[in-house]
Design a protein around this ligand. Structure first.
Ligand code: GDP
Ligand code: IMO
Ligand code: MG
Length: 427
C-alpha cells in the first residue's frame, strides 16, 4: 500500500500543516523526514490553532501514529516542551515514535548557528537560529550525536568530548564566546534520555512493515523545494533535503513505495530569510499580501517577504519532486484584485528564460515577465466546490495548472480544516 509524500513547492510556509491535517483521518502514519524545529506548521481546527515545529502535524489526528524519522534533527528540550504544550491542551501524545538514528541538536550547534550568522552580517542566510545547519554539518562530518547515543553514557561522553574539543576552540578563539563544559552538556542530555526512551524505536522497520501490511504512510515534508540543500537557492537554503527524494533517505523506505507526491503551492509566493526571490514586491502590494495573508513567520515571527505567483518555480518543483498532485492554498487571499499578475518567465540581462536559470548569478538578476489574469472580488472563503468559485478564479486555477505541469487536486480558501475544495482525493 502507498506511501504518499507531501512537499513544499516554493520557499516553505505553503500550508503543509493544514494539508497534512486534512488527510489525518485517512492515513495511518504521519512522518517527519527532515528538518527540525526550524519548521512552523499551522493547523486550525475549529477555534483552536496549533503551531507545530518538530512534531508531525499528524499528532493532532487521534488515530494516526506520528513519527519523527531518522532524517530529522531533534532538540530534546524543544521536543519535550512541544509535547507538554499539546498535552496541556488535551492532545494525546503517547503514540509518538522517534528514530534511534535521528541526530541531536546540541547547545553548541545553536551557539554556532547564531555566531556564524552574526559574523556574516549583511551576507547572513537569515536562519531560524535553531542550530539546524551546524547539526547537519556534524552529521555529514561523522561527528554528530544520535538519539541512541543518549542511552550509552560511555559513548555519549566520548562523542561529546570529541565534539567539544573542536567546538570550544571555534567558539572561544574564532568567535570570542564562552566554551561549554562536557560535564554540563552530558548531564543535560542524560537527563533527557529517560524521558525520550518510551518513544524511541526502529522507525524504518516499523514503517516498512506497516506498508507491507497495507497501511498508508504519509511523509510530511518541512521547508520547501527552493530551500533544499541540493535543489534550492544555495547557499540561501536549509541544510536538509525537503524534496521527495529526501523522503526516502529520511524515513528509511525505498522509492518504489511512494505512489503519490503532493506539492503544496501558495496562490502567490513568500519567503523568509535572505536569497533571491524574483517576484518579491517591495511596494504596497507586498504589504497588501502580507496583511491579507497573515504572512508572519510561525517560528521566528519575522515578516515574510511576499510576491506574485511564479510559474517557473512551481514547474521546477514538479520536475525535481515528480509531483503528481498540487494543493493550491490561499486562493482566498487574492480576492479583490482587478488583475492578478503571474510570472511566466524571466528576463536576465536581455535574454528570456522560461525556466529557472542554470546559475545562481543569473537567478539573482532575473526580472519577472508577467501575464495578467482577470481577478475576482467575491469572498470565496465559504466556497466548498470548484463550481462555487467565481469564473475568473476558476480560470486562474486552470491556467496555473497548465503552467505547473500537474493537476490541482485541492484548493485552500481559508485556514480552517473545512475550508478546502478537494477535487480529487489527496490520498
Ligand atoms: P507550513 O509551514 O507549510 O505548514 O505553513 P505555515 O503554517 O507556516 O503558513 C501557512 C499559513 O497559512 C498558516 O497560518 C495557515 O493557517 C494558513 N493557511 C493555510 N491554508 C490556507 C488557505 O487556503 N487560506 C488562508 N487564508 N490561509 C491558509
Ligand atoms: P516550514 O516547514 C520558511 C529558512 C530560514 C532561512 C533558511 C535556513 O514552516 O515551511 P535554517 O534555520 O533552516 O538553517 O534556515 O531556511 N527556513 C524556512 N522558511 N519556512 C520554513 O519551514 C523554514 N525553515 C527554514 O528562514 O532562510
Ligand atoms: Mg511554516
Amino acid at each position: 500500500m502507498p506511501a504518499i509524500t507531501l512537499v513544499g513547492a516554493q520557499w516553505g510556509d505553503e500550508g503543509k500543516g493544514k494539508a497534512t491535517d486534512l488527510v489525518g483521518n485517512r492515513v495511518d502514519y504521519v512522518v517527519r523526514y527532515q528538518g527540525g524545529n526550524n519548521a512552523g506548521h499551522t493547523v486550525v481546527i475549529g477555534d483552536q490553532k496549533y503551531a507545530l515545529h518538530l512534531l508531525p502535524s499528524g499528532i493532532l489526528s487521534p488515530d494516526v501514529v506520528p513519527v519523527i524519522a531518522n532524517g530529522v534533527v531533534i532538540d530534546p528540550g524543544v521536543l519535550f516542551e512541544e509535547l507538554r504544550g499539546l498535552r496541556e491542551r488535551g492532545v494525546n501524545t503517547e503514540r509518538l515514535l522517534v528514530s534511534a538514528n535521528a541526530h541531536l541538536i546540541m547547545p553548541y550547534h545553536r551557539a554556532l548557528d547564531k555566531v556564524t550568522e552574526r559574523f556574516l552580517g549583511k551576507r547572513q542566510i537569515g536562519t531560524t537560529g535553531r542550530g539546524i545547519g551546524p547539526t547537519y554539518a556534524d552529521k555529514i562530518s561523522r561527528t554528530g550525536i544520535r538519539v541512541q547515543d543518549m542511552f550509552d553514557p560511555k559513548i555519549l561522553r566520548q562523542k561529546l568530548e570529541l565534539a567539544l574539543h573542536d567546538k570550544n576552540q571555534i567558539l572561544t578563539k574564532v568567535f570570542n564566546r564562552r566554551g561549554l563544559e562536557v560535564d554540563q552538556v552530558f548531564e543535560e542530555y542524560t537527563g533527557y534520555a529517560e524521558e525520550l526512551r518510551p518513544y524511541v524505536a526502529d522507525t524504518s522497520l516499523i514503517l516498512n512493515r506497516a506498508l507491507d501490511e497495507g497501511r498508508t504512510v504519509y511523509l510530511e515534508g518541512s521547508q520547501g523545494t527552493l530551500l533544499d540543500i541540493d535543489h534550492g537557492t544555495y547557499p540561501f537554503v536549509t541544510s536538509s533535503s525537503p524534496t521527495a527524494g529526501g523522503a526516502c533517505a529520511g524515513a528509511g523506505i525505498g522509492p518504489t513505495r511512494i505512489t503519490k507526491v503532493v506539492g503544496i503551492l501558495k496562490a502567490y509566493t513568500t519567503r523568509v530569510g535572505s536569497g533571491p526571490f524574483p517576484t518579491e514586491l517591495h511596494d504596497e502590494w507586498g504589504e497588501w499580501l502580507r496583511q491579507k495573508g497573515g504572512e508572519y513567520g510561525v517560528t521566528t515571527g519575522r515578516n515574510r517577504r511576499c510576491g506574485w505567483f511564479d510559474a517557473p518555480i512551481a514547474r521546477y518543483a514538479t520536475r525535481v519532486n515528480g509531483i503528481t498532485d498540487f494543493f493550491l492554498t490561499k486562493l482566498d487571499v487574492l480576492s479583490g484584485l482587478e488583475r492578478v499578475p503571474v510570472c511566466v518567465g524571466y528576463d536576465v540581462n536581455g535574454t528570456r528564460h522560461d525556466e529557472i536559470p542554470m546559475t545562481q548569478t543569473d537567478f539573482h538578476h532575473a526580472v519577472p515577465v508577467y501575464e495578467y489574469l482577470d481577478g475576482w472580488n467575491e469572498d470565496i472563503s465559504h466556497a466548498r466546490t470548484f463550481e462555487e468559485l467565481p469564473k475568473t478564479a476558476q480560470t486562474y486555477v486552470r491556467t496555473l495548472e497548465e503552467m505547473v505541469g500537474a493537476p490541482v487536486s485541492a484548493i485552500g480558501v481559508g485556514p480552517g480544516r473545512d475550508q478546502t475544495l478537494e477535487l480529487r482525493s489527496l490520498v
